[in-house]
Design a protein around this ligand. Structure first.
Ligand code: AMP
Length: 278
């Protein structure tokens, strides 16, 4: 079994022993093929690959699913090993956030949109924990999924603007055979809800089809997606089309646009996205 590093001291010792490049894949566990794809990508390019498994409390709002977030450590360790990871970092809350913790990392502007609008404080938690993990792991490259498109953009920006000496790499979304984006939260879905959840990708495909047919008007493209999404889910959080580089508002798709969707199926909040054009 690959080493499971439970403390910051363990991680620092492991890091000091690495002579070559280190790839890093931060996760919250409950791992699936989407995570495995990031680990494989890192393992192919770096001498060592570190995966972190930490359900970060500071990125969850008071009424979100922190307490019931799936925890499957044994299976996660096996998946990491099979995908080519060299070590796994599994800190606990007290280690990451000792009493009196008061330092936060914030990317402004971009984090007010999309998920940031409906989950206030979420991205502050993400950027803070990932900045800490970067300082601990000191990776050469860090791998994130396009599934969480806004997160990938925010973290790329954080790394650039804080002059962090690493490369942030965004990898494609891995989907189930029927198109549902893989997510740890899919485990919450009973069969009928799992079926209804397909409307997220269905809506994105409808937007893509309209785009391919020549539609460039953002309100019209949104309408094509919402016509599929709204009847199937319990609540649409957002379906938006924004500039794919900076999440700026657009009314017509000209360059690369991000079409991103978030919706509740039962009590489960799901997200997905596709890129249009570019
Ligand atoms: P999470 O454990 O959900 O915080 O995700 C950890 C990393 O895996 C993030 O960079 C996610 O974007 C990425 N990820 C999650 N699901 C997928 C997926 N279906 N395809 C590709 N990457 C994913």
């Amino acid at each position: 079994m690959i080493p499971s590093l439970a403390t910051i001291a363990d991680l620092r010792q492991w890091r000091a022993r690495q002579a070559g490049t280190v790839g890093f894949v931060p996760t919250m566990g409950a791992l699936h093929e989407g995570h495995a794809s990031l680990v494989r990508r890192s393992a192919a390019k770096n001498a060592a690959t570190l995966v972190s498994i930490f359900v970060n409390p500071t990125q969850f709002g008071p009424n979100e699913d922190l307490d019931k977030y799936p925890r499957t450590l044994e299976a996660d360790l096996r998946l990491c090993e099979q995908a080519g990871a060299t070590a796994v970092f599994t800190p606990d809350n007290a280690m990451m956030y000792p009493p009196g913790f008061a330092t936060w990392v914030t990317v402004e502007g971009m984090t007010d949109k999309l998920c940031g609008k409906s989950r206030p404080g979420h991205f502050r938690g993400v950027t803070t924990v990932v900045a800490k993990l970067f300082n601990l792991a000191q990776p050469t490259r860090a791998y994130f999924g396009q599934k969480d498109a806004q997160q990938a953009l925010v973290l790329t920006r954080m790394a650039i603007e804080l002059d962090m000496p690493l490369e942030v790499i965004t990898c494609p979304t891995v989907r189930e055979a029927d198109g549902l984006a893989m997510s740890s939260r899919n485990r919450y879905l009973a069969a009928p809800d799992r079926q209804r959840a397909l409307a997220l990708f269905g809506a994105l495909q409808a937007v893509q089809a309209a785009f391919k047919a020549g539609q460039r008007d953002v309100p019209m493209l949104r309408q094509a997606g919402l016509a599929i999404l709204t009847p199937s889910v319990d609540r649409v959080d957002y379906l938006e089309i924004l500039n794919a580089h900076d999440l700026g508002e657009i009314t017509t798709v000209q360059g690369k646009a991000l079409c991103a969707v978030a919706a509740f199926v039962g009590t489960t909040r799901l997200i997905d996205n596709v890129i249009l054009g570019g």
